[in-house]
Structures are given as structure tokens and as C-alpha cells.
Write a protein that binds this ligand. Structure first.
Ligand SMILES: [Fe+2]
Length: 313
């Protein structure tokens, strides 16, 4: 599938007010106008797309959907044929949902773990429309997308890897440097980073572990770090440099209990002409000063839709 990367991410949260302050003031997000049909939700811009992050009111903090961007209509149509040929249940987003997401067309489907995904093309954009919520040098999004996400899966199965690699056409990066079973994957058209999504095995656990966000400069990483420290927000990992991508980053916890990894690219990614097997997670730094799994990682019963759970029983 000709997928560029993650176009948008949707979450549910009981604390929209916290995000309304935290998003612009800590992360530098711009607040996007909410669609007329979804006034109660909070939408954030990080570039010239209509939005990249949506926070919808909900009872618990959870990832609601991952929106993958197909290159265009032809890629979208071809992806639908592939899903159908592989008997993946898809539903087409109606006009009202497309309007909410600001896209031409979308489909919804689940991975074998149960996470809700969407595939879309043609999200609305306006050149030079991004205004950061605080002084900020901007995000490395645009043609790259919203960033990457690491989710926890209660069972790590061959079926999951097959779904991601054979059906969705993702490139298998490898298992990374972690101790547990983790798989890193990137979409076919991502030539910039090692992964768009990773699934980490956590027995009986589910939820988003962290979201990686690319900022334009090291200064943006440093200034975000200062703000996080000044506000005494809980940190997961201190500043450090990863092995698998030449990235400087740090991790802190958001109001929803998952972490944001704020990342500056130090140099272009080296690629992976062979399967990379990093000796260690980081070359320096990234001292673990908080839990690796925040409160956003819960039981499947807490993070999955009740209707979906009922259908699986
Ligand atoms: Fe990351």
C-alpha cells in the first residue's frame, strides 16, 4: 500500500481542559477550529494541515484511532482492493465523518490486536496557516506526517506481523534494542525514519506508550525540555540520542498518561539496507527517570470499544 505515514491521531480524554492549556503552552501546538459537527472536541495543528491531533471527550484516556495517509485516490482505491482480497473488514467513512477529519475519503478497519485504524487521502490544508501556541520553530510534519506511535499489544502474534507487512505493505525494521518482544514498522513511502509504528508486547496490557513528534530544531527540543522541567511535569526519559535513528529526544508524560517524545533530527537517517540490530537503545542519555508504561497503558477491556469486545466474544 502506498502509505506516506500517520496523517492524524485521535484520542479520547476526560480532561479536555488540561489539553487545551498543555497543547499550546507546553508543546507549541496551534488550536485548530473544531468542525461544526464536532464542536466539543479539541483539534490541534502542527503544520499547514487542517489538524493533526484530535481529542474527543471520553470516559477514559485512550487512543481512539490512527489515521494513515494514502498518497492519493489511486493509492486509496488500491488499498481497498487489497483489504477486500484479504478479507479485512472495512467500513467507509460517510460524508459527515470525512468532514470531521477534513479528508476526501476514508475507510476504517482494525488490526488483529483491535486497535482502530483509518486510511484516508486528501486532508484539507492551507499554506502558511500554522501558528504555534507559544514561540516555537515549528514541526517537521508536512509531507512526513504527524509522527510515530508506539502501542502495547497484549499478545504479539504472527498474524499481527503478517497484517502489517503483507497486507498494509509496511517495511519490517526489526525488533529494536528493547528486551521484550517489539516490532518496528514503517509505511512503504517513509524514507526518513526507521518506524511509523511499533507494537510492544505487554502481557494483558493495551494502550499507547508514546507518540514521537518531530520539531524543526534542537532549540525546540531544549525549550520544550525547559518548560517540562519548570512545570515539573513527569518525565519518562531524559535527553538522549537514539541508536536506530540519529535523533535527539526526550520523553515526558502528557495529561493523558502517554508520553510525547520530542525529537530533533540531527542528521538524515542512515537507512537500513540490512536488518539493523542495535547494541543499545541510545548512544548517550535517555536515562529512565519514570515508568516505561504510563497510566495510558491499561487492560484491553478499558481501552477497547464495548461493542467491539462484545463482537469478539
Ligand atoms: Fe519514539
Amino acid at each position: 500500500m502506498d502509505i506516506i505515514g500517520i496523517g492524524y491521531l485521535g484520542f479520547e480524554t476526560p480532561d479536555l481542559d488540561a489539553w487545551r492549556e498543555y497543547g499550546p503552552q507546553v508543546m507549541g501546538f496551534g488550536i485548530a477550529p473544531s468542525p461544526a459537527s464536532d464542536k466539543e472536541s479539541l483539534y490541534f495543528k502542527i503544520d499547514d494541515r487542517r489538524h493533526r491531533f484530535a481529542f474527543h471527550p471520553g470516559k477514559v484516556d485512550r487512543l481512539a484511532y490512527i489515521g494513515w495517509e494514502a498518497m492519493g485516490r489511486q493509492a486509496f482505491d488500491a488499498a481497498i482492493k487489497t483489504f477486500e482480497a484479504n478479507h479485512v473488514e472495512i467500513t467507509r467513512g460517510d460524508a459527515a465523518l470525512c468532514e470531521k477529519r477534513g479528508v476526501r475519503e476514508l475507510i476504517r478497519f482494525r488490526d488483529p490486536v483491535g486497535y482502530q485504524h483509518e486510511l484516508f487521502y486528501g486532508q484539507k490544508w492551507t499554506p502558511r496557516s500554522f501558528m504555534p501556541g507559544r514561540p516555537h520553530g515549528g514541526f517537521l510534519a508536512n509531507e512526513r506526517g504527524a509522527g510515530h506511535v508506539v502501542v502495547i499489544t497484549p499478545e504479539y502474534t504472527d498474524e499481527l506481523e503478517d497484517f502489517l507487512t503483507r497486507i498494509m505493505g509496511f517495511h519490517w525494521y526489526g525488533a529494536g534494542a528493547g528486551k521484550g518482544r517489539t516490532g518496528f514498522f514503517r509505511s512503504r513511502l517513509n524514507h526518513h525514519t526507521s518506524h511509523d509504528i511499533a507494537y510492544g508486547h505487554g502481557v494483558g496490557r493495551m494502550g499507547v506508550q508514546h507518540v514521537g513528534l518531530f520539531v524543526n530544531s534542537i532549540r525546540d527540543v531544549g525549550e520544550t525540555y525547559d518548560i517540562v522541567k519548570k512545570r515539573e511535569l513527569p518525565m519518562m526519559m531524559t535527553l538522549g540520542q537514539h541508536t536506530q535513528d540519529p535523533h535527539l529526544s526526550f520523553y515526558h508524560f502528557t495529561p493523558s498518561g502517554f508520553a510525547f517524545e520530542t525529537i530533533a533530527e540531527i542528521e538524515p537517517w542512515q537507512g537500513d539496507p540490512f536488518e539493523l540490530n542495535p547494541e543499545c537503545l541510545s548512544l548517550w542519555g535517555h536515562e529512565m527517570v519514570g515508568p516505561i508504561l504510563g497510566p495510558s497503558v491499561k487492560t484491553p477491556e478499558e481501552v477497547l470499544d464495548p461493542e467491539y469486545l462484545a463482537s469478539k466474544r
